[in-house]
Design a protein around this ligand. Structure first.
Ligand code: PAZ
Length: 303
């Protein structure tokens, strides 16, 4: 199925028009600022219409949520399109800190911080700054179809901007069209009927539509995840040739937190996070974002 037929045969998510209006306002509010659209987390592919079960993937949203913080540090306004319940900028630090163990109830009335949380003060400060200056807007999605609609909507709104599009989400390549769900499964599939036979269809690739139609002025960074190292560079280069965008960030499933490759038409740059950096609390996304910021600036000068 091509992408146009995909959109013709799948309805837009609830509240789509409201979300689009919010994003439109955000973009015009930041008329004179650099904007980055970040996608983050995995996508679900429901196998029943009243969904109990779905096909999913591993993505935790670390790459996208951490990158969002570093883009804010680099003075970008951030549109954060993320899979609901995956990691969110700033909040992710609190989930990692055994927060509940550090709180206590006082007189059954209020909650007091029992242990030292001062290492989180800079995070909280940055969160408050980003919120009060309206520099970040976060929009959640759950299913693949919701993601596809929101991505297209946001890219079209950015049509005239030399913005940055940073596609870190792990988007399913396969899905089940609603009219092909098992027995048009409206309700939970019953085990008494035996194991369902599920046929997955290809999700249309929309990167070409982004680069050529929806956001042709943007600096576009796609991500390529592989488990077989021998495929990573060749598939990333094929993507660059096919979709004609600026950069692919290649990574392998088990080393993605310590090593990525920035792959563009004529060079490949390896980025490693050393053990020392890791111990010092440096994240690889900090390095990635600094490098991309420089490339985006060069791109802006050229355009
Ligand atoms: O979300 P996370 O931090 O667990 O993983 C990040 C990632 C591996 C999903 C991302 O770096 C990536 O490669 N995204 C694109 C995946 C793909 O569709 O090939």
């Amino acid at each position: 199925m091509d992408w146009e037929s995909f959109y013709n045969s799948h309805s837009s998510p609830a509240s789509y028009e409201i979300i689009i209006t919010e994003i439109k306002q955000f973009i015009s509010h930041h008329e004179n600022k650099k904007i980055v659209l970040i996608t983050s987390g995995g996508t679900t592919v429901p196998i029943e219409q009243n969904t109990v079960r779905f096909v999913d993937n591993f993505s935790a949203g670390t790459r996208g949520s951490a990158s969002a913080e570093y883009f804010l540090d680099s003075d970008y306004a951030v549109i954060f399109l993320y899979r609901s319940k995956s990691l969110e900028p700033f909040l992710r630090h609190f989930l990692n800190s055994k927060l509940l163990d550090k709180l206590e109830i006082v007189n059954n009335k209020s909650i007091q911080v029992k242990e030292d949380l001062e290492n989180l003060i800079p995070v909280l400060k940055k969160y408050k700054d980003a919120k009060s200056s309206n520099n970040i807007i976060s929009i959640p999605f759950t299913t693949l179809v919701e993601y596809m609609w929101l991505l297209r909507g946001f890219c079209k709104l950015l049509n005239n901007r030399y913005c940055l599009i940073y596609l870190a989400a792990a988007v399913s390549d396969f899905y089940i069209p609603p009219n092909e769900m098992v027995k048009k499964a409206e309700h939970k599939i019953q085990s008494k009927d035996g194991p369902p036979v599920i046929a997955l269809r290809m999700v249309p690739k929309v990167l070409m539509a982004i680069t050529q139609i929806w956001s042709p002025k943007a600096f576009i960074v796609s991500f390529k995840l592989e488990t077989d190292n021998s495929l990573l560079e060749s598939k990333s280069k094929d993507a660059l040739i096919k979709y004609k965008h600026q950069l692919v960030i290649g990574n392998l499933l088990h080393t993605r937190k310590y090593h990525v490759k920035l792959i563009c038409q004529n060079e490949i740059e390896d980025i490693y996070l050393s053990e020392k950096d890791n111990k010092d609390g440096i994240e690889i996304e900090d390095i990635i974002v600094k490098k991309i910021k420089i490339r985006h600036e060069v791109f802006l000068k050229m355009n």
